[in-house]
Design a binder for this molecule. Structure first.
Ligand SMILES: C[S@@+](CC[C@H](N)C(=O)[O-])C[C@H]1O[C@@H](n2cnc3c(N)ncnc32)[C@H](O)[C@@H]1O
Length: 170
């Protein structure tokens, strides 16, 4: 069972936590044991890095990886190659049975941000792997065993965040 807790910022480049959360102000979550208020800061670390270009040679394995509202930014900045790198890296970082929780932004959301930079515009124009095929890619190409829709929508959330969340099992 996953037990997660939020904790402090660290410049550490090691892979010491058991769960990882990409792009949530670089929060990392630890699953070592049930969190207690007084020892959370000793057991959880933060890392700030580009997930696409980092974590090479990381041997740590994680129980769960969250990727919430991040895939669009990696996709716009790094194109289809960056997206596949993201998915492959996540698969490698998970233990067997580990869970990848993905909240992908829809294509309509890409359209709104396509002009944030020249790179984003270029990548936007060349993207082939649109969000509606992510599930198929993760199951058929990356190797996840199953996909479960955690929620179809999150009513009551601020505009733009009422999106499906999917949990993929390695
Ligand atoms: C819309 S925010 C989502 C934050 C958080 N996951 C949430 O759901 O509230 C997008 C996040 O993607 C992160 N991000 C974008 N490209 C990234 C990359 N290459 N590596 C790691 N994080 C990235 C940004 O730093 C930012 O925190």
């Amino acid at each position: 069972m996953m037990k997660a807790s939020k904790a402090q910022v660290s410049d550490s480049t090691d892979c010491s936590a058991n769960n990882i959360c990409i792009g949530s102000n670089e929060k990392t979550y630890n699953t070592a044991s049930s969190p207690r208020e007084d020892d959370i800061f000793g057991r959880v670390s933060f890392k700030k890095e580009n997930f696409v270009a980092s974590l090479h040679g990381c041997s740590e394995k994680y129980d769960a990886i969250l990727c919430l509202s991040v895939s669009k930014w990696i996709h716009l900045n790094w194109g289809d190659d960056g997206l596949i790198t993201l998915f492959v890296k996540i698969w490698r970082l998970l233990r067997p049975g580990g869970i990848f929780v993905l909240e992908p932004q829809p294509w309509s959301s890409y359209n709104r941000n396509r002009q944030v930079s020249k790179t984003a515009t270029l990548n936007f124009n060349n993207i082939i792997l649109r969000p509606h095929v992510f599930r198929e890619i993760l199951l058929d190409k990356i190797g996840f065993r199953s996909a479960e829709i955690v929620t179809d929508s999150l009513s009551g959330t601020v505009a733009g965040f009422n999106r499906p969340i999917i949990a993929f099992t390695k």
